[in-house]
Ligand binder design. Structure first.
Ligand SMILES: C[S@@+](CC[C@H](N)C(=O)[O-])C[C@H]1O[C@@H](n2cnc3c(N)ncnc32)[C@H](O)[C@@H]1O
Length: 352
């Protein structure tokens, strides 16, 4: 907080455009409320995007948020530019002038990330707006890039108002526009569920190829199993349902067509346990904790938790507590972009 010349406190504040998975914005707002006390927020896209005023300077606010990474807040960018968007030519001209004046872009790799609301005064696609901005900025001494940017210029063109801000990728919680992580669908890909593990790998910085023996609980039709096999693991997959037949060619795969409550392993067999079971979270937690004896100390677990409950924060708290009581240390709990009504837990086993 700044102090004035007489040493009295003056209130600082900063504004951000925040994004959560569709329907989960109220929980992202609640996370910010728990972190900052009362916060002022205005809906931009219902259930998904909101403008928030936080009672701290931008760098302090970002420090507090990244220091305790939120579960539901997927992306944010600081608002440095705000303009009524009814006179399109004027708002575009002002936006370009704002970007041209940002000295922190000089000699940097800069990513322009442009999104728009459904009824934006910009009627063409967000891609077309990005293209128009990119052309008008092409003479600036900076390299325009999509990936591995040093600096991101974020733009949100809403119905009446356009917002923009300049920030470092690590301060936005994601270097993807709006935190919407995109992967190319591969030919023959077994399930979209594979994207969840790909995203967990990138977001949590997990090197899956460092594991040797993986247990996949609730594995069918086999998207996660195929991912682990591709990373070179030996995989034991458990599911009463059928696996995709193309997986049966892998010598490294053992498939047990059973309910997870019926299987038994030797102690400390696996160094990775994954579970993506579409089931009640409490039952899932019981089934997984009953199998934790088979995970070595120091082993990793990645588990999705379905949020079938009206109070997801309380539910997640209970599920995390039951894993912690069973010797797991929670590294991260996060609703990934590819998680629908669920979150992903990343945990490490300590002790025996
Ligand atoms: C969402 S799917 C898993 C998708 C998988 N991760 C993939 O990448 O293809 C959930 C699976 O959990 C399985 N499942 C549900 N209850 C189970 C149980 N008690 N034991 C083992 N598998 C279970 C279901 O049969 C279903 O195939």
């Amino acid at each position: 907080m700044r102090t004035d010349e007489q040493g009295g406190a003056t209130l600082s504040s900063s504004r951000f455009v925040c994004t959560a998975n569709h329907g989960f914005a109220p929980y992202a707002q609640e996370e910010l409320r728990r972190l900052f006390g009362s916060v002022k927020s205005t809906v931009i896209v219902p259930g998904e995007i909101f403008l928030v005023t936080l009672p701290a300077e931008a760098s302090e606010a970002v420090g507090a948020i990244t220091g305790q990474p939120p579960m539901f807040l997927r992306h944010l960018f600081p608002v440095h530019f705000q303009e009524e968007g009814t006179d399109l030519a004027q708002v575009l001209e002002r936006l370009v002038a704002f970007i041209r004046n940002r000295r922190e872009l000089i000699d940097q790799r800069v990513s322009l990330q442009v999104r728009k609301g459904a009824n934006s005064s910009w009627t063409e696609s967000a891609g077309a707006l990005k293209q128009a901005l990119s052309e008008q900025l092409s003479d600036l001494p900076m390299e325009q890039t999509v990936q591995e940017a040093d600096v991101i210029v974020s733009v949100f063109a809403d119905t009446d108002t356009w917002y923009a801000g300049v920030s470092h990728p690590q301060d936005n919680l994601s270097d993807w526009s709006g935190g919407a992580v995109r992967f190319q669908k591969e030919e023959g890909q077994i399930s979209r569920a594979k994207f969840k593990l790909l995203e967990a790998e990138a977001t949590f910085g997990i090197d899956f190829s460092a594991f040797h023996q993986g247990l996949d609980i609730g594995a069918a039709p086999g998207g996660w199993t195929s991912f682990l096999l591709e990373r070179g693991l030996k995989v034991t997959a458990v599911d009463p349902a059928k696996m995709e037949p193309s997986l049966m060619k892998y010598a490294n795969l053992t498939f047990l067509r059973k309910n997870a409550s019926e299987v038994k392993f030797k102690e400390n067999t696996f160094d990775l346990l994954v579970c993506d079971m579409s089931w009640s979270p409490k039952q899932m937690a019981r089934l997984v904790t009953d199998l934790l004896y088979s995970l070595r100390s120091g082993g990793t677990a990645i588990v999705t938790v379905k949020l079938m409950h009206k109070k997801p924060l309380a539910l997640i708290h209970d599920v995390m507590a039951s894993f912690e009581q069973s010797g797991m240390q929670i590294q991260r709990a996060k609703q990934l972009f590819h998680n629908r009504d669920e979150i992903t837990l990343y945990m490490i086993k300590y002790g025996k």
